[in-house]
Design a binder for this molecule. Structure first.
Ligand SMILES: Cc1ncc(COP(=O)(O)O)c(C=O)c1O
Length: 385
């Protein structure tokens, strides 16, 4: 009797829900599963952030509807953070919009600019909501392959003019999920002049800006001169402060793009729980030490995983940002079969690359979200597959 809307029918099932199902089933069978599947930090949220939430939650003035555009104090804290971290000036009243997690903002953003049949230029493989948000807005994804031969950067020259004429948004995400690739400022400059020429908005997803190793510090696209003419950048507190469940992030950049997203959201949600916003301020204004410790924890895990896989003969590239290893599967397998075989034979969950898009075929993703002993155990089990 009930027919799903065509747009919804055309969306594939959300990959991580499928993996979760397989994992639960394996656990229900009593198997000792090592989960390298989802990019969800295993460490707790720092105590000073939890304490800020606890205090704020006790104040009845925080129990009411929050302002749609976020507390001024949170926007000011984001302004300070951006200035400190990237030396970029933002107007907290016009150029910053707190979000209920960055996924929410990323998925809603296309509603503000796509008309039926307009294109979004989407890297492939990618974080799935770029495609989902585009399709739910009536737009069409145009896939920009991220190939190892081009350092997992899109090749703008390959996009046909007929597509560019109808393209309104381009998504970029560096440090990149799932490939772990990074982009230099020169790439950002090229992307901005290309987008300017073709009148395309750039969505820069910077969810992993704070997760980097070996002295590498990712840039914001807004550091490039003129970027504010056409860039909206999305950030998340999720990975930086182990706050995935809390749902808080923000968008910043061009004021018209921010206002348009705020208009969409004012019709859909009623803001972030004020106590979570106050905890967000505690996070952003808190000690830098936390981030240093987080990066050294992941880089130790990375060293064990990458050198361990290489000594098993897997030939895995090192990564200098994100907590994802992007690993080629042996030629006789596709990524789903290989991931299935690893789950069956080694009780290890990994993510098949094709779940991030067709150009992710031939790879699996492993997340550094278990401790060193479990990584060693995983390597041990992989010896025998
Ligand atoms: C590239 C990328 N962007 C955005 C997000 C969303 O983060 P959140 O909605 O938790 O802020 C994620 C989460 O995995 C991600 O990988």
């Amino acid at each position: 009797m009930f027919q799903l809307a065509k747009k919804l029918q055309s969306l594939p099932p959300y990959l991580f829900l499928e993996i979760d199902k397989a994992k639960r089933k394996a656990r229900a069978e009593g198997r000792d599963i090592i989960d390298l599947g989802i990019g969800d930090p295993d460490q707790p949220t720092p105590k000073y952030i939890i304490e800020a939430l606890y205090k704020a939650a006790q104040d009845p003035s925080n129990h009411r509807y929050a302002l749609d555009q976020g507390m001024p104090a949170l926007r000011q804290s984001i302004e300070r953070w951006y200035k400190r971290r990237f030396n970029v000036n933002l107007d907290p009243n016009l150029e910053i919009l707190p979000l209920i997690g960055s996924k929410e903002g990323i998925a809603h953003f296309p509603l503000a600019f796509l008309n039926q049949g307009d294109y979004s230029l989407i890297p492939d493989p990618c974080y799935p909501p770029y495609k989902g948000g585009t399709i739910l807005s009536g737009g069409k994804p145009y896939l920009m392959p991220l190939l190892e031969s081009n350092s997992f950067l899109p090749d703008f020259k390959k996009i046909p003019l007929s597509v560019l004429k109808k393209a309104k948004i381009m998504f970029l995400n560096y440090p990149n999920n799932p490939t772990g690739a990074t982009a230099e400022k020169s790439f950002y400059k090229d992307a901005i002049s290309f987008a300017r020429k073709h009148k395309i908005i750039i969505v820069s997803d910077l969810a992993y800006s704070e997760m980097s190793y070996d002295g590498y510090s990712p840039s914001s696209m807004l550091e490039v001169e003129g970027a504010k003419d056409l860039v909206i950048e999305f950030h998340s507190l999720s990975k930086t402060y182990n706050m995935t469940g809390w749902r808080v992030g923000w968008a910043c950049g061009n004021e018209k793009l921010i206002a348009a997203l705020a208009k969409v959201k004012s019709n859909i949600d009623s803001g972030i729980f004020s106590a979570v916003q106050l905890a967000g301020i505690a996070a952003l204004d808190g000690p830098e030490e936390h981030i240093k410790n987080m990066c050294s924890l992941y880089s130790e895990r990375r060293d064990i995983l990458i050198s361990g896989l290489n000594s098993l003969g897997w030939q895995v590239n090192n990564l200098k940002a994100t907590f994802y290893a992007w690993i080629k599967v042996p030629q006789k397998y596709d990524s789903i079969k290989f991931a299935g075989m690893i789950l069956k034979k080694a009780d290890i969950v990994v993510t098949p690359g094709v779940g991030f898009g067709k150009y992710g075929e031939g790879y699996i993703r492993m997340a550094l979200t278990v401790d060193k002993a479990r990584i060693k155990e995983a390597l041990n089990r992989l010896k025998n597959i």
